[in-house]
Each structure stands twice: as C-alpha cells, then as structure tokens.
Design a protein around this ligand. Structure first.
Ligand code: HEC
Length: 397
C-alpha cells in the first residue's frame, strides 16, 4: 500500500462520509421530530393532517403535513435521499481503502482466521449484502411483519449472531466495524429499495387522484422506524476503532447488544418527547440506559487487573527485546515496516525511556486489549503480553 496516497484518500472519504452522515442523520432526526410534533389545534386546510410551528434562524416556519395530495402539486418537490446514498458510497469507499487495501494489516488477524486477502474481502462483501438479505427476509415473514416487537427482537438477534460470526473471521476491530457497516447498509437499503420507491408510487397515485394503498405507507413506516432506532448504535460501531476496550472483549455480542439497547432506549426518549408525551412515558429511558451503560462499563470492558496474571516481573532487558521484536517496525524514529513510513500516532519506542513514557498506552493497546501489534503480523504471544503487563504494573523497574 502506498501509504501517503492511502492516507489522503482515507482523509477525503472520511470527511465526505462524516458530512454526508451528519446531513442524513440531521434531516432524518428533523423529519421524525416534525412528524411527531404535528398538531391539529385549529381548522386546517383540506388534506392537511396537522401542523407544527418552528422557529429558527430569525424566522418562523409553519410546517403542514398533507396526508393526501395538495389540490395543486407544487412545482418543486424536495426529496431527501442523496444524504443516505452518499453516506453509503463514501462509507464503502472507506471500507475499501482501509480494510480491503490494507487487508493484511486491518482486516485479517491470522490468530483469528488465516484468510487470504481475496477470501477476506469476499467474505466482507458477502456479509454486507447478506445482512440486508437476512433482514429483508425477516421483515417479509408474515408472522413477524404483523408483530413489530417480535420483528425487532428477531433483527436484534440476527445482528448478534452476525457479530459472533464476524469475530470468528476478522480482527476484532474489523469485526465491529463490519457490524456497524452491515447495520448502515440495511439503513441505506431501506431508503433505496423500500422507502423512496414506495414514496414514488404514493406520489404518482396522489397526482392521479387515486388513494394509495395503505401497505405502501405501512412498509415505509416500519423501515423508517427501524432506521430511527438503529441510528445511535450505528454511530458507536463506526467509532469503535478508537476504543480497544470495546472491541477487545471476550463477549463481542454482549457489547453490541448493550450498545444497541442503550442507543435505542435513548432514541425512544426523544421520540416520545417530540410526540408530546410526558410524565411516566419519559421517566424510564435515561435511568434504564444508564444501568445498561454501567453494565457495559463494569462487565464487558477490559478490567486492567484481571488481564494480568501473577508472575515474576521481567527485567527491562526482556521488555526491551519484546518491544524490539513486535513494535519498532512501526513505532521508531526510523520505521522499517514497508507500509508504515513514519512512527504511527507519533508513538516511538526506540529506547527504554520511550517505552516508559508510553507505558499506559502500551498497557491499553497490547496487554488489556490485542489492538497492537497491528494485525499481529509478528505473532506476539499471550506470555509476551503478560510480561509487558507485569512490568508496567510493577512501576516499570
Ligand atoms: C504494523 C504496524 C504496527 C505495529 C507492529 C505496532 N503498531 Fe502500534 N500503531 C500502529 C498504527 C497504524 C497505529 C494507529 C492506530 C489507529 O489510528 O487506529 C498505532 C497506534 C499505537 C498506539 C497509540 C494508540 C492511540 O490511539 O493513541 C500505541 C500506544 C501503540 N500503537 C503501541 C504499540 C505497541 C506497544 C506495539 C508492539 C507491541 C505496536 N504498537 C506495534 C501500527 C503498529
């Protein structure tokens, strides 16, 4: 991989992905709020189901929702779809740049599964689309389609099963990013294959003076409700590479489950608040999500002491040798790794003084999690990690 080019492409597509994602989530949050805040306090024009007064940027907006076609179709009708499509396209480009181009480093972990590059990439693409197919099958199962709560439970379970499968194939970090990408793909596919096409049929019916079939709206509503509840969890999955404590867990499915519960419950709070509910309806979400967050923090994330067994503290010479073997290729004044031409994240580990300076970082990245050495290309052993941990815990003598 030509590092400089990969880094620049990474920056450009990440920037685009972030902006598109913010625009998508922003409009989606706004329209959910708008829909839930519609009221019918006075006589409204024919065809208007409700209205909402908003104030923003020095002006007042009167938003009215027509549930049937307005008497005259406006000349200009604004659709909101490119935010979602751009988020997907830029996200997939990023996946290609980081995880396919850099498959040996970021996607494949030989200790998890010794895949070839091409195998790993095909599996990744298979999972991205496989997720959408399984999700669609669940939504089209008549028994589940009639029972929204059961359907949500089934979708939740399938995401957890996919998580277990992915963590058996890819590096922990790549596995979690894939869970996020699969959820994100489902959300965009919901927009592309269901919500927008159904909307087009409804618009055509309304223009022609026909009453649109109810299932078109029901199906779009079902999918957009799923998207709404998945929005907050998917963001955490996308940021996961910054948090080895989340992805280096012995129970990946539990981490994913807790993130979905916490994010979904918080989303529910906002939905109900926008709908004008009060009292009991709004009192349970924050405490419940706090409890689940505490479970996540307490039981799932790394526990510094538990990760380090008792044993003899190694001397500094041994530690130096371990770091020389496994780290300095990418973390030195002059790196030797073909893909990494400068010290990664500015972390240089050439001397014992350097190693001591980065003791905390080494503990987090190498002992409490297996984030480093990246891709474990040098096959660092559990014993070596343990020795580093013992030495750092003992105050780096
Ligand atoms: C194959 C190259 C490679 C090897 C070998 C490697 N690292 Fe890294 N290291 C990286 C990269 C790339 C990053 C930046 C990670 C990112 O941005 O997610 C990094 C980041 C770090 C960080 C900073 C993390 C942060 O987010 O601040 C620490 C600390 C670290 N490595 C320690 C180590 C230690 C200790 C070893 C040896 C046991 C090691 N690394 C081996 C490539 C490597």
């Amino acid at each position: 991989m030509d590092l400089a080019l990969a880094d620049w492409l990474n920056l450009v597509f990440r920037w685009l992905h972030l902006v598109a994602g913010i625009a998508w989530i922003g409009t989606s949050f706004y329209f959910i709020f708008l829909d839930l805040s519609l009221r019918k306090r006075r006589a409204l024009p024919p065809g208007v189901g409700g209205e909402s007064w908003n104030v923003h940027g020095g002006g007042f907006y009167l938003m009215q929702k027509y549930t049937v076609a307005p008497a005259e179709m406006p000349e200009e009708l604004h659709w909101f779809k490119w935010e979602a499509y751009t988020t997907f396209l830029s996200g997939f480009a990023l996946m290609g740049i980081i995880y396919y181009w850099g498959a040996d480093t970021f996607l494949i972990d030989p200790d998890v599964a010794d895949l070839s590059r091409i195998e790993a990439i095909l599996i990744s693409i298979g999972f991205l689309w496989g997720g959408w197919i399984v999700y669609s099958l669940l939504c089209y199962t008549p028994f589940l389609a009639r029972r929204p709560v059961l359907l949500s439970a089934a979708v939740f379970a399938f995401i957890l099963i996919f998580t277990v499968a992915l963590t058996g194939l890819f590096s922990p970090r790549a596995a979690f990013v894939h869970v996020g990408a699969i959820i994100g793909t489902i959300m965009v596919a919901n927009v592309y294959f269901i919500i927008i096409p159904n909307q087009r049929v409804v618009v055509a019916d309304l223009i022609a003076g026909r009453t649109p079939e109810a299932w078109l709206g029901d199906e779009a509503k079902q999918r957009s409700t799923h998207n709404n509840y998945l929005t907050l969890p998917v963001l955490v999955m996308m940021l996961i590479s910054h948090y080895p404590m989340l992805f280096s867990t012995a129970h990946p499915w539990l981490v994913v489950a807790l993130i979905i519960i916490v994010g979904g419950v918080i989303r529910d709070f906002f939905n109900r608040m926008h709908a004008g509910e009060s009292g009991r309806a709004l009192q349970w979400q924050w405490p419940v999500s706090a409890v689940f967050m505490l479970i996540l923090i307490g039981f799932v994330s790394y526990r510094p002491d538990a990760a380090i067994a008792d044993g003899d503290v190694p001397d500094e010479g041994e530690v130096f040798a371990i770091v020389q073997t496994h780290c300095v290729a990418c973390h030195a004044v002059k790196t030797t790794h073909p893909d990494f031409k400068q010290a990664q994240k500015g972390v240089m580990l050439d001397t014992l003084a350097d190693i001591r300076k980065h003791g905390d970082g080494i503990l987090k990245q190498t002992v409490m999690s297996r984030a480093m050495p990246l891709g474990n290309q040098t096959r660092m052993s559990a014993e070596e990690r343990e020795l580093l941990g013992l030495w750092i815990r003992a105050g780096m003598p």
